[in-house]
Design a protein around this ligand. Sequence first.
Ligand code: NDP
Ligand code: GDR
Length: 323
Amino acid sequence: MKTALITGITGQDGAYLSEFLLGKGYRVIGLMRRSASSDVIGERLRWLGVIDRVQLVEGNLTDLGSLIRTVQTYEPDEVYHLAAQSFVATSWQQPSLTGLVTGLGAVTMLEAVRIARPQARFYQASSSEMFGKVQAIPQSETTPFYPRSPYAAAKLYAHWMTVNYRESFGMHASSGILFNHESPLRGIEFVTRRITDAVARIKLGLTDHLTLGNVEAKRDWGHARDYVQAMWMMLQQDEADDYVIATGRTMRVADFCEMAFAAAGLSMADHIRTDQALMRPAEVELLLGDPSKAERKLGWKATVTLEQLAAEMVEADLARLSR
Ligand code: NDP
Ligand code: GDR
């Protein structure tokens, strides 16, 4: 039986990855930070029905000792490093924390693995946000980066340190440059979930409108369940490498809105307002990934369309709120 250690197991991707790895027969260990709200921690793992099948261990990315002890104790074959301060908007409010957790945190985790279990395979959760002010359309593994937020700059540091650990120490360390991926388990602050939650509330008569920021921004959105499979596929390769994971289709925030409202039989025009206060200090206007390397080398391809994703999220939010 293989052992996987997942940092960020309580997040969206951690939950889906746990479900996927358990299905493959892995022992799954999850690093969890201590919280005063421990009763609601693990909500996503509970939603997927896997909370009793994973082993949760207390630790924090800012605490090297806790990471080393975890790696020493559980001797993972594969480490999926997903934990981060992952909300771009917050990264302008808390740039130092974002640098510490999202950037340096990855290096702390790499160090723990290098010291305690150098033969383990390592996955770094890199991001399409690193392309920022895009230098080419579509974006591939060879497109130059141009980060546009403290979050993206921190991820870029973590990304290059992963490449450096691979090249300097021969570690099997891969970076997945994942484009946006969503699901019913997406955090409520991200735009897709804000939209599907509001659509459900409007449908149920709990509110009558939703206020958004930049609805012209374009994203290449896929389903998280598809994307966690790509993480695993990267670690099954003989050679570690970096891969863009995306659908190859880009749509506006407004387009996603239309799909979500349509899924509930509503018209977006009657319920959407915009507010300058929700605009970001610097915006990433257009992301469109070229997933051809992942298709060719990993045999990975997105299977869920954005229309299906929007409908699934609306349905889940309607069910949640109706309860
Ligand atoms: P989430 O925000 O849902 O999850 C982040 C996780 O990190 C949570 O489990 C959180 O714990 C944990 N965490 C935060 N700070 C610390 C800390 N100091 N010590 C230990 N754990 C911590 O993110 P996603 O699941 O959406 O994304 C997973 C990773 O992939 C992230 O690194 C994200 O930046 C990256 N990514 C995501 C994409 C997406 O579209 N979803 C696209 C590209 C990259 P807690 O529950 O306690 O808050
Ligand atoms: P993003 O996701 O910043 O791409 O990062 P988010 O859903 O927050 O924003 C997407 C786009 O929507 C625009 N937008 C709004 N965003 C939010 N959150 N709330 C709003 O009201 C709103 N109105 C318009 C934003 O300006 C932006 O253009 C996500 C995270 O998961 C990162 O961790 C990950 O690395 C990247 O995706 C790939």
